[in-house]
Design a protein around this ligand. Structure first.
Ligand code: CP
Length: 313
């Protein structure tokens, strides 16, 4: 099976069948990842470049490791060390990478829609590694893989997404993907951090955490995005943790075996207490492992389809 487009820009654009196909491929890749010798020839001769205009630990490193485990030529550029600092535009930077016969460009950018703009202007496959407040599709895919592994299936799960939904590309990608696979999505958080039109996405909305947590199979806490807060949306981190942080008492409202997830990086003691993070059913590190498997799968699917080889249809 092929994806309908040469790029992975968002979960909104993928069909349920395409999502299931990527997850199936990721399960295969996870077997490779867990071997002692993590080296396959899948991407031999292909070139993968990460182009990050925002900070990252998990996403950037897991794409780099995934590329290397599959024998690709992997390189990375950050905005701070590149000709972006000399005034080069986003499109010109992307075209420069394309001119070097790069097969896959992985981009993180503070502007929603930046990957979509690049995708229209290059032959390479473009992967969205997080664009502003829009989408972070590979994060949603690794979250789905983790839920599927731990709960057997996505369909029928009640997933509570808690916290700073307004600024969260992770929330948006998960909402699209979970609903396509038949899960029920609930969001909860301070009213100032819930987008006014969020209910139009078909989710249940609560302006408190307790109602959102009740009966949840999965509790997904979001990072409080200090860098994207406008003045006045949030009184203080302390107040947030007091009224919206997930501690053992609030967690008891969810199902007893509810998974605890977080995309990372966690503001420990703010979104989640250390006690909750240390529970066996907190799967934050497993999410990180699955991030490598998912990115191996996505690269393997897309790298051979870039326009440089004339085999895209
Ligand atoms: N979850 C996530 O995107 O983490 P990084 O910012 O470390 O990549």
């Amino acid at each position: 099976m092929k994806l309908a487009t040469k790029d992975l820009l968002g979960m909104k654009e993928l069909s349920a069948e395409e999502i299931r196909y990527i997850l199936y491929q990721a399960e295969i890749m996870k077997h490779i990842l867990l071997q002692d010798a993590k080296k396959t020839p899948h991407l031999q001769g292909r070139t993968v470049v990460t182009l990050f205009y925002e900070n990252s630990t998990r996403t950037r490193l897991s794409f780099e490791l995934a590329s290397k485990y599959m024998s690709a030529n992997a390189a990375n550029i950050t905005a701070s060390g590149s000709s972006v600092q000399k005034g080069e535009s986003l499109i010109d930077t992307a075209k420069t990478l394309d001119a070097m016969a790069t097969d896959v460009i992985i981009i993180r950018h503070q502007m929603s829609g930046a990957p979509h703009l690049i995708a229209k202007n290059v032959n390479a496959a473009v992967i969205n590694a997080g664009d502003g407040m829009n989408e972070h599709p590979t994060q949603a895919l690794l979250d789905l893989l983790t839920m599927k592994e731990k709960k057997g299936q996505i369909e029928g799960l009640r997933v509570a997404i808690i916290g700073d939904v307004a600024h969260s590309r992770v929330a948006r990608s998960n909402i699209y993907a979970l609903q396509k696979l038949g899960a029920e999505v609930v969001v909860g958080g301070p009213s100032t951090l819930l987008p006014r039109d969020i209910a139009t996405l078909g989710v249940e909305v609560y302006e408190n955490v307790e109602s959102a947590l009740r009966g949840a199979d999965v509790v997904m806490c979001l990072r409080l995005q200090k860098e994207r807060q406008q003045n006045g949306l949030l009184p203080s981190m302390r107040e947030y943790s007091k009224f919206f942080g997930v501690d053992e008492k609030r967690l008891a409202l969810a199902k007893p075996d509810a998974l605890i997830m977080h995309p990372g990086p966690v503001n420990r003691g703010v979104e989640l207490t250390s006690g909750v993070m240390s529970l066996d059913r907190a799967v934050i590190n497993e999410q990180v492992t699955n991030g490598v498997a998912v990115r191996m799968a996505v690269l393997n699917i897309l790298a051979k389809r870039s326009g440089h080889y004339g085999n895209f249809n």
